[in-house]
Design a protein around this ligand. Structure first.
Ligand code: SAM
Length: 225
């Protein structure tokens, strides 16, 4: 009876892209993130599990995100790695014209409300628990990565939506990824941003890698080393 009620509620919620799901149970992981504070439970708890792996293995390297916008996911990165530097790469002015010059990138987001101009560095930093760990890299990525060639990373989030910054991000960060570290690429299975899948598939084929898809909203993939 209860199962039937939950199934029926799920069917109604599903129309609004919400699913009732069993949370992680019987785990002995440290909770860096409050799982109820964010709608995308799978994305947020996957990050929590990866953070536990990284802390358990005491991995070297810092943390980075390319595509920060208002810092929603970056806040979780900052909370999950209180002892690590968090590099935050964004134009903080929305997409760059340069990224629409590559083949097959749909231009429909260029001048729409979807172009992520409505943010600022202050907005991002205001949400950070460990502000002193944050290094803002404002400007066009990958140019803003210049000077970080000798840095290493244990976890990177690539959430720039478009083909070029994602492909460039994989080429910059994968060689600098600590052994057993992770790169999360958002939007791989999001048909609104086909450039994400193209970038991942090209990079994976060129480097003979098999990223793992996860069932978060917008369908991320994870590269590991
Ligand atoms: C989907 S938003 C990021 C969302 C964010 N991770 C969150 O948790 O809400 C994509 C961001 O990527 C940034 N971006 C896209 N291409 C970029 C590039 N080449 N250089 C710097 N920032 C870029 C945009 O300015 C935008 O803020």
């Amino acid at each position: 009876m209860l199962k039937q009620i939950i199934y029926s509620i799920n069917k109604i919620l599903n129309k609004r892209s919400v699913i009732l799901s069993r949370p992680l149970v019987n785990h002995d992981q440290t909770l860096y993130i409050d799982p109820l504070r964010k709608m995308d439970y799978v994305r947020c708890m996957t990050l929590n599990l990866l953070a536990n792996e990284i802390h358990d293995k005491n991995l070297d390297g810092n943390v980075a995100e390319v595509g920060v916008f208002k810092g929603e996911f970056a806040r979780l990165l900052n909370q999950s790695f209180p002892e690590k530097i968090l590099y935050l790469f964004d134009t903080f002015e929305g997409f760059s014209e340069l990224d629409f010059q590559t083949a097959n990138e749909p231009t429909k987001y260029k001048e729409t409300a979807h172009n992520f101009k409505d943010t600022s560095i202050d907005t991002v930093l205001a949400g950070m628990k460990n502000k002193s760990n944050c290094i803002i890299k404002k400007g066009y990525f990958p140019e803003t990565a210049l000077g970080l060639e000798n840095e290493t990373f244990c976890l990177v989030s690539l959430d720039a939506d478009l083909y070029k910054p994602i492909y460039d991000g994989l080429n910059f960060f994968y060689p600098r990824l600590t052994k057993h570290g992770y790169i999360l690429v958002h939007d791989y299975n999001n048909k609104e941003y086909p450039g994400a899948k193209k970038a991942v598939q090209e990079f994976a084929a060129e480097n003979k890698l098999s990223p793992i898809p996860i069932a978060d909203g917008w369908g991320s993939v994870i590269f590991s080393k």
